[in-house]
Design a protein around this ligand. Sequence first.
Ligand SMILES: Cc1cc2nc3c(=O)[nH]c(=O)nc-3n(C[C@H](O)[C@H](O)[C@H](O)COP(=O)(O)OP(=O)(O)OC[C@H]3O[C@@H](n4cnc5c(N)ncnc54)[C@H](O)[C@@H]3O)c2cc1C
Length: 427
Amino acid sequence: MDSSLNRRLVILGGGAAGILLAMKLASDKQKLGIDITLIDCKPFFEYTPSLISVLYEASDEQFERHFCNITADYETLLGGLGVKFELGIVRDMDNENVILGDGSQKIAYDILVICTGSFYHDPWKVPCQQDRTTMQWQDRLDYLRTHRDKYKSSEDIMCIGGGPVGVEVASEIAWRAPLKHVTLVSSSDTVLSGTPGGVADGAGRILNHLDPIRLLTGEKAEKVDDADDSTYKTDKTNTEIKTDLVYLCTGIRPNTQFLQKSHPNWLDDKKRIRVNEYFQVRGDDSSGGEGNTSNNSKSVFAVGDVNDVNEPKLWFTAHMQTVHLYHNLKRFVEGKNDMVPYSGSQISMVISLGPHYAVGSFNGFVLNGWPFGRNSGSKLAAIAKHTVERVTMNDFHSKKLANDILYQTHEKGHLFQKITGTCLSQR
Ligand SMILES: Cc1cc2nc3c(=O)[nH]c(=O)nc-3n(C[C@H](O)[C@H](O)[C@H](O)COP(=O)(O)OP(=O)(O)OC[C@H]3O[C@@H](n4cnc5c(N)ncnc54)[C@H](O)[C@@H]3O)c2cc1C
């Protein structure tokens, strides 16, 4: 086939969703007659879920080694698959082009997949906002090292937010530096609210058994004086918290700044991209459905943290959405009118409680250390967390296969979930 006739498929963002999609589509690009380009604001892939364990590694050498092990150079990774990589911050887009950098660089597309994810409080995500410049691997390592030094020199540390990030940060520090004092403040009555009961209860009990941790639930912490960063008070029990270092572990913000000027109608009130059940961007019409997207948004898709799909924003769900989109994209490119709606996924997740233990839920099955590790957590879940890291970094070329299996067993439109869902509802 004459490659000049190929359609140009452009992927914005090479995080959980973007890199998996590029890897999966790469094997079909000749058959489908597409050229694939992936754009990211940094030249390397970074596995976010392991960053917490990286930052608090036992020694500086281990910190650096572990960071190397969870990052990969896009150019090398994608070049080998025949996927083009472009380094740049996406600033804007029109019906035909993605606009990068200062506006002088344009990348033309026929099909666009937006996987720009979300931003989190420091230091967990590389900033890709419009006012930033691209970040090199060494700069990122230095930046994390500065945060590590801050942690090493702090005695009293506070984490605000009792979600997975707050829980992982507090417990990792408690294990690695048992002489420090860690206060974890959660405005919900439990930590990990929204996860299956056995996971949340287990995590709360285990945190209460970690000596360095003081757990304050059901209230918020606020600064006593705006000019003083070291003293906080909770709003209900007026507990005073002295701190040298605060981690904000609350909420994510979708990376959609580049759409706010030219495509504000694509965004909901939380600035997430509105998509239909095929992950096609909803244009002017908010009612959704394949037929309701405007012409230009029909060939624009969005998956992962950046979209408004109502499920937890996780690496796991970004992967499940991506595998689903991959199958639909093949149908879309081939001009078949049989895209399949996404039914949502049964959630599987693992939350570390230090380097040796974790809690989690796999396809509805809870791992919280019961019965022997009730006060420490599950070793099996910790092994699972490590295994997921290595599979994601594509050790043994297992990433695509592992995600296919997870998708077949977790996406609710598939037989496995239909059977297990029916069995559970009959209990
Ligand atoms: C500390 C931490 C720990 C976590 N742990 C877990 C966990 O254990 N399990 C789990 O399932 N989930 C976890 N998550 C959530 C998970 O990381 C996200 O849900 C997941 O990364 C979302 O994937 P994504 O592909 O949508 O976006 P991302 O992974 O955020 O990728 C977005 C990509 O787009 C790029 N980008 C963004 N904006 C631009 C732009 N304007 N121009 C160019 N490039 C851009 C970014 O550089 C990035 O590479 C964790 C999150 C954090 C912060």
